[in-house]
Design a protein around this ligand. Structure first.
Ligand code: NAD
Ligand code: UDP
Length: 313
């Protein structure tokens, strides 16, 4: 028997495709909605023949009606290169996408979870970042279309819950990596691995002293599913990320060592508004969801390197 009917917007993307696969494997009917801006059919090809999987080509900036029990709202380009490509469209996707999906949740009485981001903290003045921190975001910079779009989406989630009694959840996702990242999306883990496997220069921006905390995709899925399973008394926002913090230069060195690459590190200018540090405080997730990440960086990198080796051979 089918457990739940679940809509995943952005389901053909990196995180979304893993979520589709996992929720299908758990016996649910999964509707994957995507406009294929950064998502790819290749990511979900292996699911297409499953009769409980449906692919919907649609843009979340337009309303969509479907009877479902749960909605995971992931539709939004996530890498700086992609979200800056058409900044206005990124804002529209976050805000109109949130309005359309919240409207749907209201109409069909579905639970809805928003894939928010650590970018809502901007270049943080508090370290590590707890959910209570309001952030330090430039409203008119290179990253604003993404950061402010996601912040406004959080506001909408909160207001639909308070005003219309929609059952909402917000997860703030910290840097996540794993197989099916787009090889050209410019994010640091995919860039470094692809460069290392091809013995090309490893492009470290700035001095590489800035930090990030990298979470393997399986840990994120577990955190999202546990958040969705909570009752109405919990709506988040909740940080889902791995608190192990690394300098970008350390990541470059690790990737070179793990791939036994001949690549050299080269230094490029630091993009504007690039946050200098990022590390989640995950006390809330531990306490409320009984969740913490399990996959160490080297284990996750191993799997991701294997994926890219296969992809670019
Ligand atoms: P991704 O780019 O691989 O996936 C995004 C998906 O959304 C793609 O399939 C894309 O085609 C689709 N999409 C974009 N605009 C759309 C629109 N207007 N209508 C319908 N579909 C649309 O990125 P990802 O890393 O899988 O990220 C998924 C979600 O998680 C995003 O909302 C992102 O902001 C959030 N997130 C990701 C990370 C991370 O490190 N991966 C960190 C924080 C937040
Ligand atoms: N970065 C880098 N080289 C690259 C790509 C990214 O040094 O080829 C840096 C980037 O400047 C940032 C960090 O790595 O400080 C993480 O970048 P990413 O785009 O993956 O994520 P975000 O900045 O959104 O956290």
């Amino acid at each position: 028997m089918i457990k739940k009917r679940i809509l995943i917007t952005g389901g053909a993307g990196f995180v979304g495709s893993h979520l589709c696969e996992r929720l299908l494997n758990e016996g649910n009917e999964v509707y994957c909605l995507d406009n294929f801006f950064t998502g790819q059919k290749r990511n979900i090809l292996h699911l297409i023949s499953n009769p409980y999987f449906e692919l919907i080509r649609h843009d979340v900036t337009n309303p969509y009606l479907i009877e479902v029990d749960e909605i995971y709202n992931l539709a939004c380009p996530a890498s700086p290169i992609h979200y800056q490509y058409n900044a206005i469209k990124t804002v529209k996707t976050s805000i109109m996408g949130a309005i359309n999906m919240l409207g749907l949740a209201k109409r069909v009485n579905a639970k809805i979870l928003q894939a928010s981001t650590s970018e809502v903290y901007g270049n943080p003045m508090v370290h590590p970042q707890p959910e209570s921190y309001w952030g330090n975001v430039n409203p008119i910079g290179e990253r604003s279309c993404y950061d402010e779009g996601k912040r406004a989406a959080e506001t909408l989630f909160r207001d639909y819950q308070h005003q219309n009694n929609v059952h909402t959840k917000i997860v703030r996702i910290f840097n996540t990596y794993g197989p099916r990242m787009h090889p050209n999306d410019g994010r640091v883990v995919s860039n470094f691995i692809v460069q290392a496997l091809q013995n090309q220069d490893i492009t470290v921006y700035g001095k590489g002293e800035q930090t990030r905390s990298f979470q393997y995709v399986d840990d994120l899925l577990e955190g999202m599913i546990k958040t969705m399973a909570t009752d109405r008394s919990f709506s988040g926002p909740v940080n889902i990320g791995n608190p192990d913090e690394f300098k970008i230069i350390e990541l470059a060195e690790k990737v070179i060592a793990m791939t036994k690459s001949k690549s050299k590190i080269v230094f490029k200018p630091l993009p504007s508004d690039d946050p200098m540090m990022r590390k989640p405080d995950i006390s809330l997730a531990k306490k409320t969801l009984d969740w913490k990440p399990k996959v160490e960086l080297e284990e996750g990198l191993d799997k991701t390197i294997a994926f890219f080796k296969e992809l670019i051979k």
